[in-house]
Structures are given as structure tokens and as C-alpha cells.
Design a protein around this ligand. Structure first.
Ligand SMILES: Nc1ncnc2c1ncn2[C@@H]1O[C@H](COP(=O)(O)OP(=O)(O)OP(=O)(O)O)[C@@H](O)[C@H]1O
Length: 402
């Protein structure tokens, strides 16, 4: 069957009646971005739903797959649009039914009529179309209770729409409608998943990454670029801020007792993220922390680390098990990149026995002996910012260039 439109149903947008136009426009622009560089489509949006008109040579399956991954999309269906004329509707219904025709297959016609002026009510329409299909197609039989296929017909004000498939969308809200956050992005499994989770609620992210060359490699930096690129696939460009962290890490190791270096490292990262978030007008920080997973993520550690900021910290993975996070990382496509073995600055400087319940007053008094604030200012002044989109070179392409 040749489909001429893809019907896009909105998710929670229905709840946001006040800002509906803003939401719809943002979703439209996010969908257009997700479809680059495909051709053969035109996106038409109205307050209730979106129709993407597709030409005969368009790759309808790929277009649907991409749209279904955009946050704010509840579901998509490939549809045939015809005039509200019973003969045209019948002929399209038969064509659709031919696609599912096979021995033993059952079906049911489900009609909806928002145009009450249409001469057939839903029951009569179902009868007409069911009868037409049965008399034209060899194998199909009707089963109204448990049909193998549903053939859906909607009679709306502008036209009639027919379809049989409903593909689940990503849900959530369109990215760009919920303010800005700063994601603390390591090269690990968790933080990219945390970023995607908050984007699902409509917020935009910029990412901040701490690296310590020459202790961390170019490959480790490229890995973070690759992760950002995957996150940017359906959501638009993401700014990635790379903070030179070597001097601060060296100083921490020189001045702090070994078992407090990890706590202090996290506090310095958070101080920088806090200051920088304010500069870019981000209203919250996001990280991939998970309660109890490692020494820095016990309640005691979080208390001592968190004390340096009063910005909200969003921790969307806080209560998940590692295997649940891995499933999500595989779904969004970051897992394979995250497990590449290039070391992060925290891994390299990890102390043998980090304190799992560090005392805040002790950490603060040790830190007070060093002018970390000046070093923090310097690190922020030397941040390198990259704008990453789905067109940014991947590590593989980057390697091929060398
Ligand atoms: N080098 C870094 N740059 C930016 N943020 C970082 C960095 N290292 C850690 N973080 C932040 O701190 C969080 C906890 O990091 P940690 O390495 O302790 O745990 P993790 O559970 O292994 O997380 P991940 O898998 O994201 O690395 C990360 O999820 C991330 O948000």
C-alpha cells in the first residue's frame, strides 16, 4: 500500500493547553531536525496532531522510525488520506486490507467520526467497509472481539484517514520547552542516560566534561564528543564544554589527605559546574549518580559533595539498578561507546580507600588551606566549547582522517 501521510499524535501536550502553540512549534522543529537529511516529506502541524506528507519515493519506514524517537511524540501511523466520499473510502480500505491478507488472518474495522455531517455513522461505516473487504478479499474473516488487525478509519473535517498500524512514540515533552540544565557528562554509562532522561521532560541540556590531559587521552575526549553526538541525534545541537582539570587534580593530590581526594575532586567539579551553570543561565545541574553505587555516591558522600552548591541537582538514575541503566543505554545507543576503555580523570586519580562517609567540616578545613577559588576561575576561563550535532564526525570517521 502506498501511504501518502504519516499521522503524528502528540503526547502530554494535551495537558499544556496554555502553551500549546509553543509546544507544537518546538515539536515541529525537532521533528524536522530529526529527519535531516532525508527527503520527500513536508511537515504540517496543527493544534491537535501533525501530518507529515510523504512523496512516492520517500522512505516512509525510516521517516516514521525517526519521528517516533522524538520526545513529545505519542505515536505515529502511516495513513492514506482520501476525500470524504464513501466509494473512495471503500476502495482505500480494500487496498489496505490486501496488505494484511493471508489465510487465517482476522480483522475488524474501527471507525471514528468527528465530522458529524458525514452521512454514515460509525456503526454503518464499519458495516459498509467490513462488507466491502469481505467481498473483495479471499482469506480475511471478521473477529470483532480479538482481531488480528484493526483497520482504522477517521472521518475528520478536512478528509478521511485510513490506517492499520500504530507505532508507539518516545513520549515525554518536546526538548526546548522546559528550560535549560547543565549535564555533568563523564565518559561512562550513566551520565548520557541521565541526560536523555531529563531531555525527555522537555529540557535542553548543555554538557560539561572535566578532563585532565596528559593523564586523560585524546581518545577519552573524542569518546565524550561521540556520546554527545548520539544524544544530539533526535534533540538538536548540544554544546559541550570541556574543562581543563589537570592543575586542580594535581593540587588536590598534593594538599588533601589521600582518603579525601575523591570527595574534594567531586566538590571542585561541582563548584565549577555551579559557577558555569549560572553563566549560561542553566537552572539546574544533572548527573548520573546512583544511590550507593560507588564510594562517591553514598548518602554521606552526597551530603559532603552537594554542600558546595545550592542549585537543584537532578539525578534521574538515583534509584535504578545498574542493569536497568544498561538497558536504557543500549536503547538510546550510547552503551557501546561508553564501554570503550579510555580512562576518565576520576578513574585515573582514584584513591585506594576513599571515605564513604566523609566529614564535611574536615573536608572544608583541609580545602581552606589552598586557594582553589583562583584555580576554579582559571579553569572556567579556559573552557573549550564545542557545538555538537548529529553531523559531527564520529570517532570512526575521525580515525579515518588520521
Ligand atoms: N569527568 C567528568 N566530567 C563531568 N562529569 C563527571 C565526570 N566524572 C563524573 N562525572 C559526573 O559524576 C557522576 C558520577 O560519576 P562516577 O564516575 O562516580 O559514577 P558512574 O556511576 O560511573 O557515572 P558515569 O557512568 O556517568 O561515569 C557522573 O554520572 C557524572 O554526572
Amino acid at each position: 500500500m502506498q501511504y501518502d501521510h504519516i499521522l503524528v499524535r502528540y503526547g502530554e501536550l494535551t495537558l499544556k493547553s496554555g502553551n500549546r502553540n509553543t509546544f507544537v512549534n518546538q515539536l515541529k522543529s525537532n521533528i524536522k531536525y530529526a529527519l535531516i537529511p532525508l527527503t520527500g516529506y513536508k511537515v504540517n502541524a496543527n493544534r491537535d496532531r501533525m501530518y507529515v506528507e510523504v512523496t512516492e519515493d520517500a522512505d516512509v519506514e525510516e521517516i516514521m522510525k525517526r519521528i517516533s524517537k522524538v520526545f513529545g511524540v505519542h505515536s505515529v501511523s502511516p495513513v492514506v488520506k482520501v476525500e470524504k466520499d464513501i466509494d473512495q473510502i471503500k476502495s482505500s480500505a480494500v487496498k489496505l486490507a490486501r496488505d494484511i491478507d493471508a489465510p487465517g488472518v482476522t480483522f475488524k474495522v474501527d471507525a471514528k467520526r468527528s465530522d458529524k455531517g458525514f452521512p454514515y455513522d460509525t456503526f454503518a461505516l464499519q458495516q459498509e467497509l467490513g462488507g466491502e473487504i469481505l467481498s473483495n478479499i479471499e482469506h480475511l474473516t471478521v473477529d470483532v472481539k480479538k482481531p488480528g488487525y484493526k483497520l482504522l478509519v477517521e472521518i475528520r473535517s478536512d478528509a478521511a484517514y485510513l490506517y492499520s498500524r500504530v507505532i508507539k512514540g518516545a513520549g515525554g515533552l518536546p526538548v526546548g520547552t522546559g528550560g535549560k540544565t547543565l549535564l555533568m557528562l563523564s565518559g561512562g554509562i550513566d551520565s548520557p542516560v541521565a541526560g536523555i532522561e531529563v531531555m525527555k521532560r522537555g529540557v535542553t541540556i548543555e554538557a560539561i566534561h572535566f578532563h585532565s590531559p596528559p593523564f586523560t587521552s585524546e581518545e577519552a575526549k573524542q569518546k565524550v564528543i561521540d556520546l554527545t553526538r548520539i544524544m544530539a541525534e533526535t534533540t538538536g545541537e548540544i554544546k559541550l564544554h570541556l574543562v581543563p582539570f589537570t592543575d586542580i587534580q594535581k593540587m588536590i593530590h598534593k594538599k588533601m589527605p589521600e582518603n579525601l581526594t575523591m570527595t574534594s575532586t567531586r566538590r571542585m567539579m561541582l563548584k565549577i559546574a555551579d559557577k558555569f551553570a549560572r553563566q549560561i543561565d542553566a537552572k539546574a545541574l544533572v548527573n548520573g549518580e546512583n544511590l550507593g553505587q560507588v564510594a562517591s555516591q553514598t548518602l554521606g558522600s552526597m551530603y559532603a559533595i552537594n554542600a558546595v552548591t545550592n542549585l537543584p541537582i537532578l539525578r534521574p538514575l538515583l534509584t535504578l539498578d545498574k542493569d536497568e541503566i544498561i538497558i536504557k543505554a543500549k536503547e538510546i545507543g550510547t552503551f557501546e561507546t561508553s564501554i570503550q576503555p579510555f580512562e576518565d580523570c576520576c578513574t585515573i586519580f582514584t584513591p585506594k580507600n576513599p571515605k564513604t562517609n566523609p566529614r564535611l567540616d574536615k573536608v572544608e578545613s583541609f580545602e581552606a588551606g589552598t586557594d582553589f577559588d583562583a584555580m576554579i576561575e582559571e579553569a572556567i576561563a579556559n573552557i573549550e566549547t564545542l557545538t555538537i550535532s548529529k553531523h559531527t564526525d564520529t570517532k570512526q570517521e575521525f580515525d579515518e582522517l588520521l
